[in-house]
Design a protein around this ligand. Structure first.
Ligand code: PSV
Ligand code: MN
Length: 424
C-alpha cells in the first residue's frame, strides 16, 4: 500500500499548534539549532528484510497478521515506515531468505517508495533444502575444506545479488563455534576463518566493504569463533581496509561497556556499522531503547564525538541498521519505535556541550562531567525530531499516524491473518 502524502499532512495539521508550542520551548535552549535539525533530517536507519514479520522463539511464533508474503510486500512495508518517519530509506536483504529474482523490478519498486538497498547479508548458519554439505559444525571455520568452499561461494553469490541492487557492503555473521571444550582447535578455526574471509574479500568490488559481526554465544554455547570485537577486529585488520567490525548491541555479555568498544573501533577507522536492538539478558532482540536508553545515548555520544574527530558524515559514513525481533508486537510499530529511540539518542548526543565536557575531563571534575552528559540526556528532544520529520514530509507522530490510518487492519484484509514472513 502507498500512503498518500496529503493524509499525513492533514493529520499533522490537526496537531500543529501543540507541536509548535513544544518545539519553540526546546528550540530556545538549543544553541546550534540550524545545524541540529538538518542532521536529524538526514539521519536514516536501514530496516532488515527479516524484521517485518513477527519473530519468535524455539517455543513458538505468533503472527501479527498481514505479514508480508514476498520481498515485494516487505518493500511495501518499509515504504510505509519511511513515509511515516522519513528516516528509514533503505532495506537490507538476507540471502537466501529474500532473493531478488528480478533485481531491476525490485529496484524500481523500492525507488517508488524512495528506498535503496543497504548491506546484503549472507547466511551460513542454516542448512538450505538444496544444499550439498551441512553447516552443523560451522561454515567458514570448518575443518573440511569442501564445506568452507561451499560457504565462500555462497558469500560470493550474495555479493553478486548485492551488486545488482547497488548495495555497497556484505555483512557476515557466522554462527561458527563449538559446544564443548575439546571440540575445536581455536587457532585452526581462526586461521580457516581468516583464509575463507580472505577469498571473499578478494571478490569484493572496488567500492565495497565487508562488515564482520561478532557474537559471544548462541547457537554455540562454549565458544564462538568470532565471539567478540577483538576477534572481529583482528580479522578485519588482517584482511585490509575494506573490512571492518559490525557492532550488534545484543551481542555482548551483561555489563560490557559497549560505548568504549565503539569509541576505540571508531578511532581506528574499523567501525563498520550497527545492528540496533536492546536487551536485558542476552541477544534478546528487544525494541531499541526499551530497556537501557541511557546506554544508547552514551553510545551515540561516543559516535558523534568520534565521527566529528575523523570528519565523518554522521548520516552516511557508518552503516545504521535495526536487527530486532518482535515476538508480541506489531513489527511495523516496533520498527517505528526503534527508529524514534535511535533518533532521540542521536539528538541528545548532538546536544552535549563538548567544550564544557572537555574542560571538566581535563580538570578531573567528575561530578560536572556527569552533569553535562545528563543535562543532554534529560532533555526532551522529541519536538526536535518531530520538527525534522515534519520538514521532511513525515508524520509528527509516526506510530499515532500508523494507528490512525489503521494500516495493520488494511494489511490483514489484503494479505490475510495467518501469513508468515520469511526470516528466522
Ligand atoms: C545473529 O544473532 C544476528 O544478529 C545476525 O545479524 C544475523 O544476520 C541476524 O541476527 C539474523 O536474525
Ligand atoms: Mn545482528
Amino acid at each position: 500500500m502507498q500512503l498518500e502524502q496529503y493524509k499525513i499532512d492533514e493529520l499533522n495539521h490537526q496537531h500543529l499548534a501543540k507541536h509548535k508550542r513544544q518545539f519553540e520551548f526546546i528550540a530556545a535552549e538549543v544553541t546550534d539549532l540550524d545545524k541540529v535539525l538538518p542532521k536529524l533530517a538526514a539521519f536514516n536507519i536501514a530496516i532488515p528484510s527479516w524484521a517485518l514479520g513477527t519473530g519468535g522463539t524455539r517455543f513458538g511464533r505468533f503472527s501479527a497478521g498481514g505479514e508480508p508474503r514476498s520481498l515485494e510486500e516487505k518493500i511495501e512495508d518499509v515504504g510505509v515506515i519511511h513515509a511515516l518517519n522519513k528516516s528509514s530509506n533503505s532495506i537490507s536483504l538476507h540471502i537466501p531468505w529474500d532473493i531478488p529474482e528480478n533485481a531491476t523490478a525490485i529496484k524500481t519498486l523500492a525507488a517508488q517508495y524512495g528506498l535503496h538497498f543497504d548491506a546484503v547479508n549472507s547466511n551460513t548458519f542454516q542448512d538450505q533444502p538444496d544444499q550439498k554439505l551441512s553447516y552443523k559444525y560451522g561454515s567458514l571455520h570448518h575443518a573440511d575444506q569442501a564445506v568452507r568452499k561451499q560457504a565462500i561461494e555462497h558469500n560470493i553469490e550474495v555479493i553478486k545479488y548485492g551488486v545488482q541492487l547497488n548495495s555497497k557492503a556484505l555483512s557476515v555473521w557466522l554462527s561458527d563455534g563449538s559446544n564443548f571444550p575439546g571440540q575445536l582447535n581455536f587457532r585452526k578455526a581462526f586461521q580457516n576463518t581468516l583464509e575463507s574471509l580472505h577469498q571473499i574479500y578478494e571478490a569484493l568490488p572496488a567500492d565495497w566493504k565487508v562488515w564482520i559481526e561478532y557474537k559471544p554465544f548462541e547457537p554455540n554455547f562454549y565458544s564462538t569463533t568470532i565471539g567478540d570485537w577483538g576477534q572481529s577486529y583482528l580479522l578485519a585488520s588482517k584482511l585490509g581496509n575494506k573490512a571492518a567490525t559490525l557492532v550488534d548491541l545484543g551481542h555482548h555479555l551483561q555489563g560490557t561497556n559497549i560505548e568504549q568498544i565503539v569509541s576505540l573501533l571508531l578511532m581506528e577507522g574499523k567501525l563498520a556499522g550497527f545492528h540496533f536492538n536492546d536487551s536485558k539478558y542476552g541477544d534478546d532482540d528487544l525494541t531499541v531503547g526499551s530497556i537501557n536508553p541511557y546506554q544508547l545515548f552514551l553510545i551515540f555520544k561516543e559516535l558523534v564525538e568520534g565521527m566529528d574527530a575523523r570528519g565523518m558524515n554522521h548520516a552516511t559514513d557508518i552503516g545504521w541498521m535495526i536487527d530486532a525481533s518482535h515476538n508480541v508486537k506489531d513489527p511495523i510499530e516496533d520498527l517505528l519505535q526503534s527508529v524514534q529511540a535511535i533518533k532521540i539518542a542521536y539528538a541528545q548526543a548532538l546536544l552535549v556541550d563538548k567544550k564544557a565536557l572537555e574542560a571538566a575531563q581535563n580538570s578531573n571534575d567528575v561530578a560536572l562531567a556527569q552533569e553535562i552528559l545528563q543535562q543532554a540526556y534529560r532533555t526532551d528532544v522529541r519536538p526536535l525530531i518531530a520538527e525534522a520529520s515534519l520538514q521532511s514530509g513525515g508524520a509528527l507522530d509516526p506510530i499515532g499516524a500508523y494507528r490512525k490510518f489503521s494500516i495493520r487492519e488494511h494489511l490483514i484484509k489484503e494479505r490475510g491473518s495467518k501469513t508468515v514472513a520469511s526470516g528466522l
